[in-house]
Write a protein that binds this ligand. Sequence first.
Ligand code: ADP
Length: 418
Amino acid sequence: MQSTPLTFDTKEFLRPLLFGLPEEDLDLLAQKVVMRRFETEAVICREGEPGEHVYIVVDGWVGIYKRVDDRTERHIHTGGPGEFFGEIAVLREGARSATVRATEPTTLLEIDKDTFLSILGRSPSLGIRFLMHATTRWMDSDRQSIEALQRANQELTGALQRLERLDRTKTDFIQVSAHELRTPLAALLGYTQMMEKHTTVQDDPELRMLMNGILTSTQRLHRVFNSILDASRVMNEGLKIYRSPVSIPVIFHGILTDYATVIDERKLTVEMSGLQGLPFLSAAPDLLTKAFHYLVNNAIKYTPDGGTITITVKTLDDTEQGAAIEVAIRDTGIGIAPEDLDLIFEKFYRTGQVALHSSGATNFRGGGPGLGLTIARGVIEAHGGRIWAESPGYSEAECPGSTFYVRLPITAQASVTS
Ligand code: ADP
């Protein structure tokens, strides 16, 4: 390590560094500078603080670091004897853009802001040299930022690929398990249904109640396995669409018939409009029915008793894909927080406190595996359509409601007027 001579001649040290500066300015500067000593790791100037001084390294080394986040910083430059730093904040009259620390015991000359600016004002050639110095440092930092971004990008891409592989493994496992379990479950369901009808059970109220419990739970389990298989079909294989003319009013008529009892029990009002004169869609009727089933089921599940579900259908002629049918299912339920509006379509994603969900497929906040919207989106997108949700926010107290929109293209071959 070089050490500062005891009889240090400031003017002679500055002369080659400030080459071209008139003698009297050099004298003035030599009088004004202050020599400072910093131990290893000592902070000389800190990012974000106002820049009041410019420094020149006499001996030792300094490191220049930029903050990346609360816990990390990036090293952008190392400065040794004869190097200037701190001039950028002084020239900009702004805050320090980086932190400088001594990387070993270091001696510096400190020039105060006013002296530095007045000397610079008197020597244009010196001004240009400082400008070049600052520009080179900036370009260096810029290049390092780009390299750091490229590295981060590569790491992110690698992490994403690993996550996708893991996600795939998880989905495969769930799909295989659901397949394996569905067969014995179907048998269990069949036997339970047969037993429920048996006269021994029918004649005994207690047995009837117990059988009813077993049957309801088995049916629920069966529904969950079916939706897992549907979802994995949507996610892994892509859906094959066997098209035929489909009528939206007929689909909704069937769905509302299925839910008539629960709608009645839970005192929900269902209003429908726009069903007259709709064209047929060229679509897979079973898949489309399934998708709308999930949407109506959710509207029922997430709306408290006494609420209203409004289903509005209209034709649009001016969408990017041409003519389309748009279905809006609006409820007066608990609503959805803005940050969840996209995420709810991801598999197994459920909002709110899942542990508080009640059981039962149509009870208020009835629990579900979090697959209905994944399946609905898969089905709608396989038809070239779009599905999205809108809501003012989530509140179980105020129930601001949600609206789910489905837009399906009317393809030419199926635009038969009903
Ligand atoms: P599930 O209903 O089985 O949990 P879904 O995929 O159908 O799964 O829905 C995912 C999540 O989106 C639900 O758990 C719920 O948090 C939210 N959600 C769906 N529909 C509605 C709705 N109409 N109102 C409020 N939240 C909803």
